[in-house]
Design a protein around this ligand. Structure first.
Ligand code: ADP
Length: 498
């Protein structure tokens, strides 16, 4: 087999799937993208159709290769990065899911989480998995499926049930059932993996009633993950890199040194900081495996906010006051301030540092003169405010001072948001040329494995800055805006309990 020159990166996100063909310089040869439906069966519930997701993956992979005009022979390897925690349950014999995938944002397991907390499991879960008890993670979603979907229980009884995150589902499907694996970064988000020993934790599996035989084997983020069948591109191609989206973005931003951090502005906002080879425990942040390669594990601290770019989609799809996210940007810049309006994007509760599964969205300070431009501005500002909270708590808990923040993700395209982020957090915000950092990170993991690149130093050379946003706001204004945000957050808390 001759070694191809490209890596085909599959980026399976929350709202869309992309396939990006990267060349040996980390440049983008072609991109194909397809959105898929979000399913909201009732308030607080979010689901995806895992088969539709797989269809988008197949479509975009073929489209990207066709667009670039290359042949399957030119593709050295496939990499996968994905929305994390989203849980799929399927039959090992047919490869057919037993129910819709339960999406990471879904709050249906809040009662189960309360039970775990009441049973005093918080300390054990934190020290073993690095995570806090929250419906966000896959463990309680798996239990919900076993408790509520009769077909899942029946298959479990026959040893045919497969429970996994999206990475695992895609590898299983693309290899036609030959590989049932999950990479360690995705596994570290299930609330079932021991982050020190890198294996499923027996006590947690027992507590949640999850059979270990239904779970995938945990593998590193690079190497022999599986062989994608001929069905996809007409030739067998190794799957050689895999990581959860935020972990891949940290890698793609070349945050290889301890203390380096990035913020990804996608559906949600996720600040991750490389903390080196030892896990750092923290009160309000998550301790997670960043990646593992060639036996070496790198850990990260993570601050997650569940809704960010999704608030712009809400303005577009539900309120219908903008047609594109770019329009929100233009409107926000057309007014001097938000006119006293504050927004809290707590559609599905609040993540770090509040961890309030019952918080809900809030729009406050509306007057008769409030225009849609003020609302758009308040929504964009809220994304920067919640990111500020993540950065602030990260600095406090890790005892570091972040000199710069590397940014990526769909909403980092917003000039207004990036400047406001620099202003409100009083930090330099660095936006790279390649905003597809998530896909790039996974491609880098695969490229290192198949010898397209030799070292992380070589990858660092590929990272290029597009623009730095410099803080230019008075301390008084910054304090006032943050104080108003924190008052708004307090008002949004506990709302769904009423
Ligand atoms: P995910 O991987 O979570 O699906 P992406 O990184 O693809 O997310 O980013 C999608 C988000 O980016 C959407 O929620 C959208 O609102 C937002 N977005 C896309 N383009 C822009 C833009 N030009 N300005 C602001 N937000 C944008």
């Amino acid at each position: 087999m001759t070694l191809g020159k490209y890596i085909l990166a599959i980026d399976q996100g929350t709202t869309s799937t992309r396939a990006i063909l990267f060349d040996a310089l980390g440049g983008i040869a072609a991109v194909a993208q397809q959105e898929f439906p979000q399913i909201y069966p009732q308030p607080g519930y979010v689901e995806h159709d895992a088969v539709k997701i797989l269809q988008t993956v197949i479509y975009v992979c073929r489209a990207a290769v066709a667009k670039a005009g290359v042949s399957a022979e030119d593709v050295a390897a496939i990499s996968i990065t994905n929305q994390r925690e989203t849980t799929v349950a399927w039959d090992s014999q047919t490869g057919i899911p037993v129910c819709n995938a339960i999406v990471w944002q879904c709050r249906r397991t809040a009662p189960e989480c309360e039970r775990l907390a009441a049973d005093g499991m918080g300390e054990y879960i934190k020290s073993t998995t690095g995570l806090l008890i929250d419906p966000y993670f896959s463990g309680t979603k798996m239990k919900w499926i076993l408790d509520n979907v009769p077909a899942a229980r029946e298959l479990a009884g026959k040893g045919r049930l497969r429970l996994g995150t999206i990475d695992s589902w895609l590898v299983f499907s693309l290899t036609e059932g030959r590989s049932f694996v999950t990479d360690i970064s995705n596994a570290s988000r299930t609330m079932l993996m021991d982050i020190n020993k890198h294996c499923w934790d027996g006590a947690l599996l027992k507590k949640l009633g999850i059979p270990e035989s239904a779970l995938p084997r945990i593998v590193e983020c690079g190497g022999d993950i599986g062989i994608c069948s001929k069905t996809l591109l007409g030739r067998e191609i190794p799957i050689a890199g895999m990581a959860g989206d935020q972990h891949a973005a940290l890698f793609g931003q070349c945050c290889f040194e301890k203390g380096m951090a990035k913020n990804t502005y996608g559906t949600g906002c996720f600040v991750l900081m490389n903390t080196g080879e030892e896990p750092v425990q923290s009160k309000d942040l998550l301790t997670t495996v960043a990646w593992k390669l060639n036996g070496k594990t790198v850990y990260a601290l993570e601050g997650s906010a569940f809704n960010a770019g999704s608030a712009l989609q809400w303005l577009r799809d539900e309120l219908k006051i903008i047609e594109t996210p770019q329009e929100a940007d233009r409107l926000a810049e057309s007014v001097e301030d938000s006119g006293g309006v504050s927004f809290v994007p707590a559609f599905t509760g609040l993540g770090a540092p509040y961890w309030d599964m019952y918080a809900r969205g809030a729009l406050l300070g509306i007057t008769r003169g409030t225009q849609r431009a003020h609302v758009c501005r308040a929504v964009l500002e809220s994304i920067a405010h919640e990111s500020y909270d993540l950065i602030h708590v990260m600095e406090q808990e890790a005892g570091v001072n972040l000199l710069e923040l590397r940014v990526d993700g769909g909403a980092s395209r917003s000039r207004f948001l990036m400047q406001y982020q620099a202003d409100v957090s009083d930090r330099h915000v660095k936006r790279p040329v390649c905003l597809e950092t998530t896909a790039l990170g996974s491609a880098m993991l695969a490229g290192l494995s198949v010898g397209l690149w030799d070292s992380q130093e070589e990858l660092t050379e590929l990272w290029r800055e597009e623009q730095t946003f410099t803080p230019s706001c008075t301390p008084e204004l910054r304090e006032r805006n943050l104080a108003r945000w924190h008052r708004a957050v307090e008002r949004s808390r506990g709302w769904a309990e009423i």
